[in-house]
Design a protein around this ligand. Sequence first.
Ligand code: ADP
Ligand code: BMX
Ligand code: ZN
Length: 288
Amino acid sequence: MLALDIGGTKLSAAWIEGQRCIDRRQVAMRHDETGFLTALREVTQSDYPIERVAVAATGYLREGCVWSVNQNTIPFWKGFPLGLVLEQQFNCPVIMLNDAQAAAWGEFLPRREQRANLLFITLSTGVGGGLICDGKLRIGPHGLSGHIGHATVNIAPMDPKSGTCGCGRTGCLEHVASGTALARQASALFGRPLNSRQLFALAGTNPQADAILNNAARAVAQAIADTLMVVDIEEVVIGGSVGLADGMLARVQKALQELPELFKLPVTPALGGGDAGLLGVADWAQHQ
Ligand code: ADP
Ligand code: BMX
Ligand code: ZN
């Protein structure tokens, strides 16, 4: 099986034989159709026989096509026929899930003896989410289940001219707590281009950098509390390069501890690390 994880920043591929990963590759994601098709061919070029392709993709999936919620992330994801492209390339069945939904499934597997209701959050290029309800992955009639990045929080971004989220609304969690949003806020506040990794490096010594991350963590905690009240969950799992970056999980845990007793849920890191989506979709596809 070929498993793909297509995120806003990186495109990962893993070749799986039985339960074993026999090869693994990663390239930068490209945000135009031609660039994407080139990157896809480059990362999947191999002589391994492929019987099935399992895809975890940023965006929501409907009838084999993928759509961006945040139009700024991948502008050409507007009903892009990803399923058909891969079916034609590999001549085999293609199974697709949203990336955060796939990771939610992957993180549920090792916890399934203890938990039946789980929220997975990825803090990455965007902010994604996936829900396990009563032991089942919820996808939803529009493929949108778990998209907490575009649920609103009453915590504003720290850059005064933050504008609107790429989904068209204001006040989205993603506009405060994604890697893209962290970089935007840091660059505006420090008056020079800074990425999310550089912001984390500064946060140890610089109170303003520290405040941007704490503000983001408070927004994530608020979204967790809202999800608890809407669907009722037992645990929250955090993944993505920002979620797994130094100290971010602790900041979210602290922010949740500041809420009333009822909202204090366990928050744990993704056991699959950056591969949570790949692992989840590979298992999902094996059982379809
Ligand atoms: P994707 O969104 O493609 O799944 P990632 O989970 O790697 O990819 O998330 C990408 C985002 O994480 C980018 O905004 C990037 O700047 C940020 N990032 C990557 N590595 C780190 C790090 N070590 N610390 C903080 N932010 C990071
Ligand atoms: C965005 C949205 C979600 C995705 C989430 C995390 C797009 C293109 N994607 O909210 O579908 O799950 O980002 O994705 O609108 P990533 O790109 O950070 O991995
Ligand atoms: Zn939004």
